[in-house]
Design a protein around this ligand. Structure first.
Ligand SMILES: [Zn+2]
Length: 349
């Protein structure tokens, strides 16, 4: 995914919420062909790559009765994989024609989706849920509950890719070493008590001035905090956020990062607030998103909260990181006020 403009945060959030999954759902699908095997041309490289990875791991796979085709659009899923389609003995993968499922995905995102579906269709694997303690899913065969499915690995996390593909072909594979973190060091602690310009406020699609912000708001008598107020709960595409950027961070590849923030809300109605953390890595002079974690879709933060500590983890610090961004967001369709305080970033090794 390339970084293009200031709307990227919203787009990313939307895209990351479109999670792939599949089930043995047979109602809407009709048999399209009587051929023994049919793999549409643009899917072929990913099927070949799956077979290459299998052979590399000394696993025999047989694709002689495999169909890989574009299926029908579905609201909530990007693909289906069947080991024994309609009981006729054919293996079948159907990929949704939605652009967010294939056309707008980069090479490794397509690989993640296709390998997952081929895991069902060729290996007869079922969904496997669960996360490691640092929050990464335990398997590429995770489903709807999966934390950032298309984000499981990328070109800046090759060892993470190795693990997920090993586990795909060997479900009994041991946990990778990078999920075990035993030491924690606080690398940034920000109580928002000074006038530094570390924090910048942005609001998107907000021509009518729905959001206001305060860099040194107060909670209680003298405790400063960042705040955002929203006055229009019906605004759909509009959101705003505080952002802090840490440039050129020198953390070890494979280490973990934990971001914790205290949130206070006053009569906050609607979608509420969220926090997120992202790394950007540089490849051929181009900045690309190399990790992204958010509370959105996992934890609803609204109502009247009092110094509720909220956190997100990046389990594997990617290669070639140029920037870490911390986002404190007021989401769309929200009314009320939120305060963000005591921002803490811990390095986990
Ligand atoms: Zn699935």
């Amino acid at each position: 995914m390339k970084i293009q403009d200031s709307t990227y945060v919203f787009l990313i959030m939307v895209i990351l919420l479109i999670i792939s999954s599949c089930s043995q759902d047979q109602e809407l699908i009709e048999e399209l062909s009587n051929e023994a095997s049919k793999i549409q041309e643009h899917y072929r490289p990913y099927v070949d790559r799956f077979i290459y990875e299998a052979v590399k791991r000394k696993v025999n796979v047989n694709d002689s009765r495999l169909y890989v085709i574009t299926g029908f659009p579905r609201l909530d899923v990007c693909g289906f994989g069947y080991y024994n389609y309609l009981g006729n003995g054919s293996m079948r993968v159907e990929i949704s024609p939605e652009p967010s499922c294939w056309a707008n995905r980069n090479d490794l995102e397509r690989e993640i989706l296709m390998f997952h579906e081929l895991g069902h269709a060729i290996l007869d694997r079922q969904h496997k849920e669960g996360n490691f303690s640092i929050s990464n899913p335990t398997s590429i065969m995770c489903s709807e509950t999966c934390n950032g499915f298309f984000n499981l690995y990328n070109k800046f996390t090759p060892k993470v890719r190795d693990y997920y593909i090993d586990e795909l072909f060997d479900p009994l594979k041991d946990s990778p070493s990078w999920v075990t973190k035993t030491e924690s060091t606080i690398v940034i602690e920000d109580k928002i008590n000074d006038q530094s310009d570390n924090w910048k406020f942005f609001s998107s699609f907000d021509s009518s001035g729905i959001f206001t912000s305060d860099r040194l708001d107060t909670i209680g008598s003298d405790n400063f905090a960042l705040s955002i107020t929203s006055t229009n709960p019906s605004a759909d595409n509009t959101f705003s956020f505080w952002r802090r950027t840490i440039e050129n961070p020198q953390y070890p590849i494979g280490s973990g990062l934990k971001l914790s923030i205290d949130i206070t809300t006053e009569n906050l109605a609607g979608n509420g607030v969220s926090i997120a953390m992202r790394t950007d890595s540089k490849d051929n002079e181009e900045l690309m998103i190399s990790s992204f974690q958010t509370t959105q879709g996992r934890t609803t933060l609204n109502g009247n909260l009092e110094n509720k500590t909220v956190s997100v983890n990046i389990g594997y610090f990617p290669e070639k990181v140029e920037n870490i961004h911390i986002f404190l967001l007021m989401l769309n369709k929200t009314e009320g006020k939120a305060y963000f305080d005591n921002i803490k970033l811990e390095l986990l090794e």
